[in-house]
Design a protein around this ligand. Structure first.
Ligand SMILES: [Zn+2]
Length: 300
């Protein structure tokens, strides 16, 4: 399945991308509060051709997981939208029926073999495959895994679900009940706070703003480094236009601050960024000149 999964070694750590979908999903004016067509046009022109659809202006968004394999351990980062989930308020996510699990198996991973699932944050497109429908009930898809979630996101989304907080999208409240709560009730959630080591050279660090408790995973092995940074950036246009606030962040100003910090850090240390939604080529090296940033795409 060309294009469906991509393998990359970072030292001794094997990173494999498992795609759920990759399509033009929304227009940037509906996503970025600081949208400005004149600023955007040259940025889009400089990006690889698949990053947006010139006929509609929509941005191409991949929804994928990263599988992290190291010393026989398998960690799944972010679990996409999932199958059979009721998401009527966001039609493209409603009642999906994809072969995501077959793609995971094709990459050599049986669901029973996943030791750990890490949701960078608890939005609808990062928790979906946490559960699957079995005899009308939502059960953990990965029966032997610990599901790592941040204390701040658990508190935020639990509260939002209970009070029907209108600042939190309906789809994220639904995801709480069918994709997060069942794994809590199964006793499989491991709550983390601050900096946590998931294994040798695998460090979880806070990346707040998009959600209060978003986390990134830093991979560091044999002098090679990658940063799996979730939704710190949804699209590569946010490398040069890192100042643009979105409509979809819990704290847009904090999200800008976090984005800048991560871009600066990755440029200084020559770390490959691998966010959750970049279309092909999915990740790259960050170059800095003062506070101007650009991306040199990785070959995957
Ligand atoms: Zn996302």
């Amino acid at each position: 399945m060309t294009g469906r999964y991509n393998d990359r070694m970072i030292g001794d750590v094997r990173l494999t991308r498992i795609e759920e979908s990759c399509t033009p999903l929304f227009h940037p004016k509906n996503w970025y509060a600081d949208y400005n067509e004149e600023e955007l046009a040259p940025v889009l022109k400089a990006l690889p051709p698949g990053c947006h659809d010139p006929s509609t202006g929509f941005l191409t968004i991949s929804i994928h997981s990263w599988v992290v394999r190291q010393n026989g351990r398998t960690i799944l980062i972010d679990t996409c939208v999932g199958n059979h989930k009721n998401r009527p308020s966001w039609g493209v996510f409603d009642q999906l029926n994809t072969d995501y699990l077959d793609r995971l198996r094709a990459a050599g991973v049986e669901p029973e073999e996943v030791d750990m699932v890490m949701c960078t944050h608890l939005h609808v497109d990062h928790v979906g495959w946490n559960t699957r429908l079995e005899n009308g009930r939502w059960v953990p898809t990965f029966p032997n895994a610990k599901y790592v979630m941040s204390r701040a996101d658990l508190a935020y989304f639990e509260k939002a679900a209970a009070i029907e907080d209108k600042d939190v999208a309906e789809v994220n409240r639904q995801a709480w009940f069918d994709s997060v709560l069942p794994v809590i009730e199964a006793g499989q959630v491991l709550t983390v706070e601050g900096i946590e080591e998931l294994g040798p050279g695998l460090m979880l660090r806070p990346a707040p703003g998009h959600s209060p408790g978003q986390m990134r995973l830093d991979v560091n092995s044999r002098g090679q480094r990658a940063c799996l940074c979730g939704d710190v950036m949804h699209h590569p246009l946010q490398v040069p236009l890192w100042r643009w606030r979105t409509f979809v962040c819990a704290d847009p100003e904090k999200a800008v601050e976090t984005r800048r910090e991560i871009l600066e850090h990755c440029a200084e240390q020559d770390i490959i960024v691998m966010p959750a939604h970049f279309a092909p080529p999915y990740g790259g090296h960050i170059k800095a000149r003062g506070d101007e940033f650009s991306i040199l795409f990785d070959r995957m």
